[in-house]
Design a protein around this ligand. Structure first.
Ligand SMILES: Cc1ncc(COP(=O)(O)O)c(C=O)c1O
Length: 356
């Protein structure tokens, strides 16, 4: 089934009709049928407060599926967890480490709470982006907290066992707490996602959610998983709300019955990823195909690239500069759309790039 674009969505409703929106991280595909069914069933029943702990069965399922250990707390959304982590583990004026380029709310959670971003840029190598471990080590003494993103948004990097082990070693040596946003974990291609907590269980809080993999961002819900003392510290900085019961039902259905749908979507995303990578080669853009996520990070020849491509190609992409300083020649392209939409966007982008 092909969904018509919705004007009442952020993705399709922000720009004028002639613009193709390949920006904010929603997929254009309809939600899995078992999830739709679970939401309808729940809506026909009780919509009062859920139990204080949310849904125990879902908590058990999350631990079982991810292999994570420890306690689980539901969050009103994953970004709320990032803000709470900054508040819980640092004080105003202190630094917070993160790898850049990075999903903009990481930077906002640090800056808006009057902390300083300690930016650890990913290293660009001939085969893609890598953690800069020596850079990380140089900054690690100056903070208590690392906000990690894995799979990484916007580069789509899925970090290797080797990198995660090295990171764990640095975290232990420098007494760091790591909050690892693993929201995109179900969306990896060749290599499976390895949770950081497997290598650093005593110091990691993992953030999860159904929003990206199951396309449920408008029904926000997340979870933090990890050792009880860290989780208790986080919870003191969370708003006193109950998890949304429709979102709980949706996430449970996703884990119990969403695998076939996810497999199909992954295949489509992988084909789109390969198409974008081939196109980037053709037009000569620096690009490393993402190992996970449905986001492509592309380096263009011009400054303020997203604004220019919006103007000249009528394609909306996320501006690189919102992912950290010095990235204004980059754009993030969301390829979770139908092949016809993607082709038309690439055609328009090619024309604008050739005219450069
Ligand atoms: C890495 C990452 N974290 C968090 C979010 C947003 O999560 P939520 O809507 O649950 O706050 C996104 C959305 O794209 C994301 O890519």
């Amino acid at each position: 089934m092909v969904l018509p674009p919705r004007k009442d969505s952020l993705k399709w409703g922000t720009y004028s009709e002639d613009v193709l929106p390949l920006w904010v991280a929603d997929m254009d595909f309809p939600v899995a049928e078992p999830i739709q069914r679970a939401i309808k069933e729940r809506a026909e029943g009780f919509l009062g407060y859920p139990p204080r702990e949310g849904d125990r069965e879902l908590k058990a399922l999350l631990l079982e599926r991810t292999g994570l250990e420890g306690e689980v707390a539901f969050l009103p959304g994953v970004v709320v967890g990032l803000y709470a982590a900054v508040a819980a583990f640092t004080a105003p004026g202190q630094g917070v480490l993160t790898q850049v380029p990075i999903y903009p709310p990481f930077l906002a959670a640090i800056r808006e709470q009057k902390r300083t971003v300690l930016a650890n840029p990913l290293k660009e190598t001939e085969t893609g982006y890598r953690l800069d471990l020596s850079g990380l080590e140089r900054l690690a003494f100056a903070t208590r907290l690392l906000l990690f993103c894995h799979p990484q948004n916007p580069t789509g990097r899925v970090f290797t066992e080797e990198e995660l082990l090295a990171l764990a070693q640095i975290a232990r040596k420098h007494d760091l707490i790591v909050v690892s946003d693993e929201l995109h974990a179900p969306l990896t291609y060749e290599r499976p996602h390895l949770p950081l907590a497997r290598f650093l269980p005593e110091r990691t809080l993992t953030l999860l959610g159904p929003g990206k993999a199951y396309n449920l961002a408008g029904l926000p819900l997340g979870a933090a998983v990890g050792p009880a003392p860290l989780l208790e510290a986080l919870k003191r900085h969370l708003p006193h709300t109950f998890p949304n019961v429709l979102a709980l039902a949706a996430w449970k259905a996703a884990l119990q019955e969403g695998e076939a749908w996810l497999k199909g979507v992954r295949a489509q995303l992988k084909a789109n990823r390969d198409r974008v990578a081939a196109w980037a080669r053709e037009v000569g853009l620096t690009h490393f195909p993402p190992e996970g996520t449905y986001l492509a990070w592309l380096k263009t020849p011009f400054p303020q690239a997203a604004a220019r491509l919006l103007r000249e190609a009528r394609v909306a992409l996320n501006p690189g500069e919102s992912f950290g300083e010095g990235y204004d020649r980059y754009v993030r392209l969301n390829f979770a759309t139908y092949p016809e939409v993607l082709e038309e966007a690439l055609r328009r982008l090619t024309k604008a790039l050739k005219g450069a």
